[in-house]
Design a protein around this ligand. Sequence first.
Ligand SMILES: Nc1ncnc2c1ncn2[C@@H]1O[C@H](COP(=O)(O)OP(=O)(O)OP(=O)(O)O)[C@@H](O)[C@H]1O
Ligand SMILES: [Mg+2]
Length: 261
Amino acid sequence: MSTPMLEIRNLRVQVEEKEILKGVDLVVPRGEVHAIMGRNGSGKSTLSYAIAGRDGYEITDGDVLLDGVSITEMSPDERAAAGLFLAFQYPIEIPGVATMTFLKAAMNAQRKARGEEELTTPQFMKEVRSASENLSVNREILKRSLNVGFSGGEKKRAEVLQMALLQPKMCVMDETDSGLDIDALKVVSEGVNKMRDGGRSMLVITHYQRLLEYIVPDRVHVFSDGRIVKSGGKELALELESKGYSSFDKVAGSVADGAAA
Ligand SMILES: Nc1ncnc2c1ncn2[C@@H]1O[C@H](COP(=O)(O)OP(=O)(O)OP(=O)(O)O)[C@@H](O)[C@H]1O
Ligand SMILES: [Mg+2]
């Protein structure tokens, strides 16, 4: 078997001295799309922040490996340069920095970290043009400050465009339940589906069974109280919708068989 793209081993994370992640085990093989579902406050966003290396998320045990290499000691920038991309539930707003400028800086920072030449402005413009056409992103929003006053859908479009430009090998997407209309949902799914290929893996955090009709996952994991309590195929999302999360809370005590399933 080839090295998994993402491997999380017994990950325990504390936030302000409170343990939030209580031993997460997860393997996302190369080329697969996995979904994580779970009730509010179960620790899904905490998992994405811990993977990203955000300040204040203290790993007390376990490991996170990207393409076979431990990333827990790397800075967020180093993780990005290694091919990790995080799309957050609440995207940051950067007043005064045009989206275009931000995208170029993000691309060049990664190229620099990999020892590659920086893109010239014409080269960058060419890439943006082709990516935005490919994803039907209106280039008008690129002139505006990043995410400032963007609608939910525009934020998602900017995010998917960033993902297309950076060509990460592992994408982690934390979607919010509110604020995404059907168009935004489609933008995210189409963008994700266009980027699906054998060399790229994705982890999609969502409450939406509906999103998973557009992005059909290879595996679905149920999160409860800081760990994965059950894993299965895409039909697990439907089961969750009909039974609710409470039926899965009961198995939280017998995590071992749930996570290995
Ligand atoms: N900075 C913090 N200080 C204290 N507790 C925190 C902090 N950040 C998160 N938590 C707690 O950690 C738990 C998990 O939060 P998290 O945001 O990871 O949940 P989630 O599964 O993403 O929820 P949602 O579905 O609502 O997005 C919650 O109980 C939350 O209150
Ligand atoms: Mg969350």
